[in-house]
Design a binder for this molecule. Structure first.
Ligand code: AR6
Length: 183
């Protein structure tokens, strides 16, 4: 009799529960909130501006420290790094730098990397609940339907101990684009 283990019977990790919320990411009570940052880590508009405004000076101070210690040339596109969440109702902010959309250059691997790297950092922190915005789909111009497809597919394909991934969508258009990716 063949007693070799049957891979098909090894229970595989179920992966995080995917939740959609229409709202403001700075109001989410989660372990980690992901920021759609830029390489400078020094703030900007959109989600980045809202996170720094609501998180307060502690977040900026932590970002400046990262610039001084590890990212003098800026955080590369597709990477992620964590700081305190300051006054946000979360424990950490995970800053990731999405690619700018370019019609003549396929940068989707970099956008996927933002989600994968953010989950890797979340795992290092021990975060169990993580809120993501639609990275790159605002000021960086990524078409929303494609941004949603990459976000959901990448989170589904990434092994992680995170139990809940919450996509926090600011408007109906974003919410519907993400909803179209879920059963
Ligand atoms: N909560 C949830 N989603 C939001 C919020 C919020 N408070 N505010 C905006 N959105 P963006 P990007 C949505 O522009 O495209 C900054 O200047 C927004 O409607 O924040 O990655 C950085 O410093 C859109 O659907 O991020 C960079 O320079 C999505 O979040 C650059 O913008 C992402 O929009 C990054 O651009």
């Amino acid at each position: 009799m063949n007693t070799a283990p049957d891979d098909s019977q090894v229970p595989s990790a179920p992966g995080p529960r995917l939740v959609l919320v229409r709202g403001d990411i700075t109001e989410q009570q989660v372990d980690a909130v992901v920021n759609a940052a830029n390489s400078s880590l020094l703030g900007g508009g959109g989600v980045d501006g809202a996170i720094h405004r609501r998180g307060g000076p502690e977040v900026l101070a932590a970002c400046r420290e990262l610039r001084a210690s590890r990212y003098g040339r800026g955080l590369p596109t597709g990477r992620a790094v964590a700081t305190t969440a300051g006054r946000l109702p979360a424990r950490w902010v995970i800053h990731t730098v999405g690619p700018r959309y370019a019609q003549d250059d396929d940068r989707s691997a970099l956008l996927a990397s933002c989600y994968r790297e953010s989950l890797r950092v979340a795992d290092e922190l021990g975060a169990r609940t993580v809120a993501f915005p639609a990275v790159s789909a605002g000021i960086y111009g990524w078409p929303m339907a494609d941004a949603a497809r990459i976000a959901v597919a990448t989170v589904r394909a990434t092994p992680t101990a995170v139990e809940e991934v919450r996509f926090v969508l600011f408007d109906d258009r974003a919410y519907e684009a993400f909803a179209a990716q879920l059963p």
